[in-house]
Ligand binder design. Structure first.
Ligand code: HSE
Length: 424
């Protein structure tokens, strides 16, 4: 085994995360950034210590550079990141990436490809930004059978939901404010429709359960239909509404992985994770329950995870022919998945009904006919147009039955405003 001097790092991307990584790496003696690929080479960059001669607008100059040991891919998206990573691996480089979409869509082939070439791909920054979660799961929690994850993995949506709660404002109003402040993107679809959280929970559940989860089998619902009235009603009932990414393994080893809004009890830790903060709760044996929370995005929090991964690889190079064995992906089996329609959940339902005698009785009867038991049913107010707002909380019931009941409640002349699952 050869003894290494400075480990050479190539960066692909010098945006928010890339800049944070470059600045943070400056203070480490054992590593040196020797090439950086950017999209626009003419963009002025005010970064101390940046030597423009190492900057290129051709990312293949980074992955084909024979001197570079570790490539950090910080551009996101599937292409060209996918091809760049494969080329880098073929050329003998280890990889650090913050790319949640790429891992969720192509993780299996990339990890297999890396293993065939005896290279590692580390991705602490791809899930929950600055929160250390991948390395803890792979190492110090390795002795556990973790069968449940509940997490807030998207800062944009958590910011919007927190603001709606605090201000009593509508989704549209808060989204606009968040866009003006730069907390939400001009096209917020990836965040508000739950895609970002779905990418993250796909990889998180895969490594936690040791079985591959396919992104297409992850149920996903965003936050765009949440109303200020739902926030209010949830508060009255002792809950907060959060976009929860969850994954659960049942006793038969089947996985239920999803992202959707959820009423979370105010007694639960996740109800108090506000604004852009992320959190991950893991439940298993022997540890019990552990929650890690912290910044899920941002220049330096994300750089913290990327640099940690770079230093973990750098520390091993030249010392072993098979580095970081615990961090590698070793499972081949696909998880058997449970379809959302076969799950059992507790629900919050908001209904606007005509204020006629017996309307609550009829809703109760439809629920009973669908084997749905109710925990509470409350008429919150009667409007000037003689409609009543009715809020229902069910006990744990089958999703299929709930969807049937919703159709029948609507066929009976009522408007179902919201159907939101409730944490149990
Ligand atoms: N767009 C993500 C969020 C951050 O809002 O949390 C990067 O994963």
């Amino acid at each position: 085994m050869e003894k290494r001097d400075k480990i050479k790092i190539g960066l692909i991307g010098l945006g928010t995360v890339g800049s944070g990584v470059f600045k943070t790496l400056q203070s480490f003696e054992n590593v040196e950034v020797t090439k950086i690929a950017v999209r626009n080479i003419n963009k002025p960059r005010n970064i101390d210590g940046l030597d423009n001669s190492i900057v290129t607008d051709n990312p293949y100059e980074v992955v084909n550079d024979s001197e570079i040991d570790i490539v950090a891919e910080l551009i996101g998206g599937v292409e060209p990141a996918y091809d760049l990573i494969k080329t880098a691996i073929k050329n003998g480089k280890h990889i650090v990436t913050a790319n949640k979409e790429l891992l969720a869509k192509h993780g299996e082939e990339l990890f297999n490809f890396a293993e065939e070439h005896n290279k590692v791909i580390l991705y602490e920054a791809a899930i929950a930004g600055g929160i250390p979660i991948i390395m803890p799961i792979k190492t110090i929690l390795a002795g556990n059978k973790i069968n449940k994850i509940e997490a807030i993995l998207n800062g944009t949506t958590n910011y919007i939901l927190t603001k709606m709660d605090v201000q009593g404002a509508s989704y549209e109003t808060v989204l606009k404010e968040a866009q003006e402040l730069g907390y939400a993107e001009a096209d917020p679809t990836g965040d508000v429709e739950g895609f970002d959280a779905a990418y993250k929970i796909t990889t998180l559940a895969t490594i936690t359960f040791g079985k591959r989860i396919k992104l297409e089998n992850v149920y996903r619902e965003g936050i765009t239909k949440i109303r200020a009235q739902d926030m209010d009603a949830a508060n009255d009932l002792g809950y907060k509404i959060k976009l929860i990414a969850s994954a659960q393994l049942n006793e038969n080893g089947q996985a239920d992985v999803r992202v959707h809004p959820m009423l979370v009890s105010k007694k639960a830790t996740l109800a108090h994770i506000d604004y852009v903060t992320n959190a991950v709760s893991l439940t298993g044996h022997p540890v019990g329950s552990v929650t890690l929370s912290g910044p899920g995005a941002g220049e330096f929090p994300t750089a913290s995870s990327v640099v940690g991964d770079i230093l973990a690889i750098a520390a091993e190079l030249g010392k072993s022919d098979y580095i970081l064995p615990m961090m590698r992906c070793k499972h081949d089996d696909n998880a058997e998945m449970i379809n959302i329609s076969d799950t059992t959940n507790k629900y919050y339902i908001s209904i606007t009904a005509k204020n006629n005698k017996g309307v609550i009785g009829k809703i109760g009867t439809i629920c009973a006919n669908n084997d749905i038991s109710l925990e509470s049913i409350v008429q919150r107010c009667v409007s000037q147009d003689n409609t009543a707002d009715i809020t229902v909380i069910t006990e744990q019931v089958k999703e299929k039955n709930m969807q049937n009941a919703i159709k029948q409640i609507e066929l009976d002349g009522n408007k179902v405003n919201s159907l939101i699952r409730v944490q149990v």
